[in-house]
Write a protein that binds this ligand. Structure first.
Ligand SMILES: Cc1cc2nc3c(=O)[nH]c(=O)nc-3n(C[C@H](O)[C@H](O)[C@H](O)COP(=O)(O)OP(=O)(O)OC[C@H]3O[C@@H](n4cnc5c(N)ncnc54)[C@H](O)[C@@H]3O)c2cc1C
Length: 409
């Protein structure tokens, strides 16, 4: 017995989608994540012949990369109901949170490209949807060496000061933007991406508010990359810097050149990203609970399975309650935000903060239940703990996001 499924009334389509993703997660993503996590050098994660590429290819072949792209651009966004979106993201997080995040950011520039009036840029979304070989990989390039939380608090009084200016700046000259600056080593898929959704400063006088958003190909002259980042958790997730040195980008690739329009869309973006983080890390929390429950029934101490000891049972029940309340808020928020404009950003942020704190606490309790084995790389929970630790900073430090959400309540 594990956690009973409370998703009553699932259609056959929803069930078969969930089961297909669960099988892909168990057979392909989880084992690949364990293998990639053990590489000493993060460059090996993305080297030719790495299992990472098999995982990306299979993700493409299942068509899962098309789930956030509109049908008009070759995707299947309208075919996926909000609950199916939750089921897919949660199963991917259950399998491997770092790889799940890689899949999540992968489509971001192509979603943006699909919105462009420029047929060339729109064509990138179609090429991406048709890609079964993982030839095209996307990233979301927002964080900079000097500006992390500043980007997430861009709409607040504090960051409206002209002295707080993004590192990456784009200056319009005729029919081209000239781009200079650097995005930080935290950009997920940063060293392997072919395309980026790139946040830039357009108007220095407006600080963090004078920004635009480009869909950009990363093979333009003047673009270079850093080394893959070495870090404590989510090691299968590639990350690295992107440098821009007098890069000449066609004007039409700046999909959102008006800072006011970008600001009006920022709530939608925050709701989507935070909602997705909530789903992935609820999946990780559920995985850590399942591992602890299984182990507690197998490990004998005091002449009986440790499950029979009251302190272990109480711990497990607390973990179960945390996981289930996190999953419940994710589902409630996803259903609401799918049909309401504007979406509720505070609820989406609560999903992210609750799920990542839940994943961290549940993985930590799982280690306690495993005893010494919990600290060993032979068992899965120490990796889950490290992956969960990263999530409380990922896509916005939890405290920063909470402050941004409070501005809206
Ligand atoms: C696993 C992972 C994946 C990521 N993926 C991406 C990605 O795909 N693309 C991308 O661009 N970035 C990505 N990031 C970067 C991430 O979004 C940033 O790390 C995050 O926004 C925090 O920025 P920072 O690290 O510069 O911390 P800082 O902003 O320097 O914050 C440091 C501390 O100061 C506090 N603080 C900062 N400003 C304030 C304030 N105004 N008021 C009160 N407290 C404040 C914070 O809460 C925090 O505790 C990723 C990060 C991780 C860990």
């Amino acid at each position: 017995m594990g956690i009973p499924d409370l998703d009553i009334g699932l259609t056959d389509e929803q069930k078969s989608m969930r089961d297909m993703v669960r099988k892909f997660g168990a057979q392909v993503v989880r084992p690949a994540g364990i293998e990639l996590d053990k590489f000493h050098d993060p460059a090996d994660v993305v080297a030719e012949g790495s299992v990472l590429w098999d995982v990306y290819r299979e993700f493409r072949q299942l068509g899962l990369h098309r789930s956030t792209i509109p049908k008009a651009a070759g995707g299947m966004m309208e075919d996926l109901d909000p609950l199916s979106t939750v089921l897919i993201a949660e199963e991917m997080g259950y399998a491997d949170a770092g790889l799940a995040i890689g899949f999540g950011v992968d489509s971001i520039p192509f979603v943006l490209a699909a919105l462009s009036p420029d047929p060339e840029v729109q064509g990138w979304a179609r090429d991406y949807c048709e890609d079964t070989e993982a030839k095209f990989i996307g990233c979301w390039a927002i964080t900079e060496p000097d500006h992390g939380s500043d980007w997430l608090l861009a709409g607040t009084e504090e960051t409206r000061h002209p002295k707080i200016i993004p590192n990456v700046r784009a200056v319009l000259k005729g029919e081209e933007y000239i781009i200079n600056g650097q995005k930080s080593a935290w950009v997920s898929n940063g060293t392997i991406a072919t395309h980026a959704s790139l946040h830039v400063s357009l108007d220095l006088k407006k600080g963090m508010e004078g920004t635009g958003l480009a869909a950009i190909r990363l093979d333009l002259p003047g673009i270079s990359r850093g080394k893959p980042l070495d870090k404590i958790g989510q090691r299968p997730l590639n990350q690295g810097e992107i440098f821009f040195d007098d890069v000449r980008m066609p004007k039409s690739w700046m999909v959102i050149p008006d800072p006011a329009v970008l600001e009006s869309l920022s709530g939608m973006n925050l709701a989507r990203v935070n909602g997705g983080m909530g789903m992935v890390f609820a999946g990780l929390a559920r995985a850590a609970f399942d591992e602890a429950l299984k182990y507690s029934r197998e490990r004998i101490q005091g002449g009986k399975p440790i499950f029979e000891h009251q302190n272990i049972k109480l711990k497990l029940f607390e973990m179960f309650s945390m996981v289930e309340s996190t999953r419940a808020l994710n589902r409630r928020t996803a259903l609401y935000n799918a049909v309401n404009f504007p979406p509720s950003v505070p609820h989406a942020v609560a999903c992210k903060v609750l799920a990542t704190e839940c994943a961290f606490k549940v993985a930590s309790k799982a280690i306690q239940i495993f005893g010494g084995n919990g600290l060993s790389r032979e068992y899965p929970v120490e990796k889950m703990f490290r992956d969960a630790r990263a999530s409380m900073i990922e896509d916005g430090v939890n405290e920063t996001l909470s402050l941004a959400a409070m501005e809206l309540l």
